[in-house]
Design a protein around this ligand. Structure first.
Ligand code: HEC
Length: 154
């Protein structure tokens, strides 16, 4: 009798051990290596005053590197949105980026986030700050290409 109890107990303990071990072993996935933004980075102010030339350069690069996701006018409706199942903000809406600091936008543009690849060093720091100005400019009236052709109807 004692023995069977002991064996039963051992079996119970063993099965407990297994069910406990399972969730732990699946938690050890790599992938939490994504860099995190620091408060100092988030607090950064845009040090680059936007000029017409600077914005034109950023707009050109935006067409090559960003518009396939974010859309040419920043509407978040680029060609890759459906395929990559992206959920993007419509930057033409001023409230879309209201809560984000320049430092945060710069950091995301540089380091990437989620499905977005970062520009890193392939784009000069100054140009990355100009991207911040450009991204914010989409919410201003008449900034997008589309806005120009539509304004005649309003
Ligand atoms: C492969 C698609 C893709 C490309 C290319 C891409 N982005 Fe993004 N971007 C995203 C996604 C997805 C997010 C939202 C990330 C999140 O919050 O998880 C995002 C977020 C951002 C944000 C933060 C504000 C927001 O709307 O969430 C900025 C700023 C931004 N992108 C700028 C750019 C710029 C500038 C480029 C080109 C240099 C670019 N992106 C290229 C997909 C992309």
């Amino acid at each position: 009798m004692r023995r069977t109890l002991l064996i039963l107990g051992a079996i119970l303990l063993a099965s407990f051990g297994i069910s406990y071990a399972k969730p732990n072993s699946t938690q050890e996935k790599p992938g939490s290596t994504e860099p995190k933004i620091t408060p100092e980075d988030a607090a950064k102010k845009n040090p680059v005053t936007p000029t017409p030339e600077g914005l034109a350069e950023a707009r050109k690069l935006f067409g090559y590197n960003c518009a396939m996701c974010h859309g040419k006018g920043g509407d978040g409706k680029g060609d890759l949105v459906a395929d990559m199942k992206l959920e993007l903000r419509d930057w033409r809406d001023a409230s879309s980026l209201e809560k984000m600091t320049d430092g945060e936008l710069f950091w995301i543009i540089s380091s990437g986030k989620g499905k977005m690849p970062g520009e890193g060093e392939r784009t000069a720091e100054k140009v990355r700050w100009n991207f911040v100005s450009l991204v914010r400019s989409f919410a201003k009236k008449g900034a997008g290409e589309k806005a120009k052709s539509e304004s005649s109807q309003n």
